[in-house]
Design a protein. Structure first.
Lengths: 321, 146
């Protein structure tokens, strides 16, 4: 795995020093091994602080909305799931594709620091990565799947848009069914579902992190920032507002959400937001035919399209009663 | 409390498109066909003007049932508005169901300007369903109830 990081640094240096691009969008070290953050590097010297490892979960696509509009070309390292988001942004004319040099980079699944703690390691000072295991603090070996983000267990695997690929090893695992939990919820009774969501959504502190991080949320003026909407940037006053915010947030990205998993990753309250997004995705698949946002940009989005024979809103069966 | 609930008259909000369903409601009125007085009609330019927030807001402000009426598929004044509305409402209703909110509280019906009788029938039926379901508890804003 260390080989990949070396190759990443070499590539970044080469792109900068050859003048092919004038900046690189990647990840920089933090104070601890796990607080890696997205950053733009303008020189080979600055790349001293660049890293690429299991903690580089952040989806860089959204940064390209701004970055691709600046002077000169930007190079970016995108994981398979990130390329779906980028592709969707291309489709929606939100990025300037000509200004971006995309290196599709290998990903063996990114980490959730909480999952490390759950395995019982008290602290994480260093992590050495292998394809299917990780060595924490130089002593505790853990199965890689045990510390992966949820989204990496249902990986997309392929890069859908790139100028070149930087892949040394094939992706291992990540083949679970992403709709499993959605199906489980649908099979519950309405009361159980209501109780499940009430518990989850009432944890929300309306920090708006899920919206801010989402590469599909790109409106310049968001409904949640509109004071007249009565649901702008504030803590929920009651249980209704919890639902209102979440239904609307997920609805606004329905048909455009690539299921990149960023919203669930950043939520400080660990609300499984992907279960809302995936409900819309599975409904779209069922009612209007298989559709994967970001995969093929020539295909029309399901909510900007229709057929005269579409199912009637009163007719679908719905989950258990 | 029990007493109060028995007397509870459900509040129903009906979004009607200007070109067909609102005219249908008008016809029902001028033909002296009755529909429940607790159905509050909100006129919208086209069924696709209604975005999910409208529906949720109606519930928040105390509605017990929300129905959207538009021109029959193929007859939308703007050609295809109701086809888009149909997809949006299908997904929204399915999501509400997923959250455990009674599926029957939301409805879509296509009512033309000539269908005064259908309008009255639909509203009577819907009001009956909502009466049976009782007060909307799962999507209400407590501040709006006294
Ligand atoms: S990130 Fe989590 S807590 Fe913050 S607004 Fe979104 S759901 Fe609520
Ligand atoms: S809603 Fe969540 S999973 Fe979907 S695109 Fe936005 S951040 Fe990614
Ligand atoms: S004008 Fe009636 S549905 Fe569009």
């Amino acid at each position: 795995m260390q080989r990949l990081e070396v190759a990443f640094l070499e590539k970044a240096k080469e792109l900068l020093s050859s003048g092919q691009v004038n900046r690189v969008l990647a990840y920089k070290k933090g104070e601890f091994c796990y607080d890696v953050s997205p950053a733009v590097f303008y020189s080979v010297e600055e790349l001293e602080n660049a890293v690429y490892n299991g903690f580089c979960g952040a989806n860089l696509s959204k940064y390209l909305i701004q970055e691709s509009k600046k002077e000169g070309k930007v190079a970016v390292f995108l994981k398979p799931c990130d390329t779906y988001s980028f592709n969707q942004l291309i489709k929606e004319h939100r990025v300037n594709r000509e200004n971006v040099y995309v290196v599709g980079i290998e990903c063996q699944g990114k980490f959730s620091i909480e999952k490390f703690y759950k395995t019982g390691v008290g602290f994480v000072a260093s992590v050495q990565e292998d394809l299917d295991s990780v060595l924490v603090n130089g002593e505790t070996k853990i199965d890689r799947n045990a510390v992966k983000l949820e989204r990496c267990l249902v990986c997309k695997k392929q890069h859908v848009v790139y100028d070149e690929l930087l892949v040394i090893n094939e992706k291992k695992d990540g083949d679970l069914d992403r709709f499993e939990m959605v199906k489980k919820l649908e099979a519950m009774t309405a009361d159980e579902r209501f109780a499940f969501w009430k518990e989850q959504l009432s944890k929300c502190i309306r920090c708006n992190a899920c919206r801010n991080v989402c590469p599909a949320c790109t409106c310049t003026k968001c409904v949640f920032d509109n004071d007249d909407s009565q649901i702008s940037s504030k803590a929920n006053a009651d249980s209704f507002e919890e639902k209102l915010f979440h239904i609307i947030r997920a609805f606004h990205v329905a048909g455009r959400c690539t299921d990149c998993g960023e919203c669930s990753r950043v939520c400080p309250q660990n609300i499984p937001l992907h279960l809302l997004n995936r409900k819309y995705i599975s409904d779209i698949n069922e009612f209007y035919g298989e559709f994967e946002a970001g995969k093929d940009i020539a295909q029309k989005g399901p909510l900007t399209n229709y057929t005269t024979g579409d199912i009637e809103p009163n007719d679908f069966k719905g989950g258990n009663k | 409390m029990q007493e109060l609930n028995k007397e509870h008259k459900p509040l129903i909000v009906a979004f009607c498109c200007n070109w067909c369903s609102y005219a249908g409601a008008d016809l029902a009125g001028s033909s002296r066909l009755s529909y429940p007085a607790n159905v509050k009609i909100i006129r919208v330019p086209c069924s696709c003007r209604v975005n999910p927030t409208f529906i949720l807001k109606a519930f928040q402000k105390g509605a017990d049932g929300v129905i959207l009426c538009g021109c029959h598929p193929g007859d939308c004044h703007y050609t295809s508005g109701n086809y888009y509305a149909r997809r949006r409402m299908t997904l929204l209703f399915s999501m509400l169901d997923y959250l455990g909110i009674e599926r029957e509280r939301t409805r879509v019906e296509w009512v033309s300007a000539a269908e005064g009788a259908k309008f009255s029938k639909v509203m009577n039926e819907f009001a009956k369903t909502i009466c049976e379901l009782g007060e909307n508890k799962r999507l209400e804003d407590l501040r709006c109830k006294d």
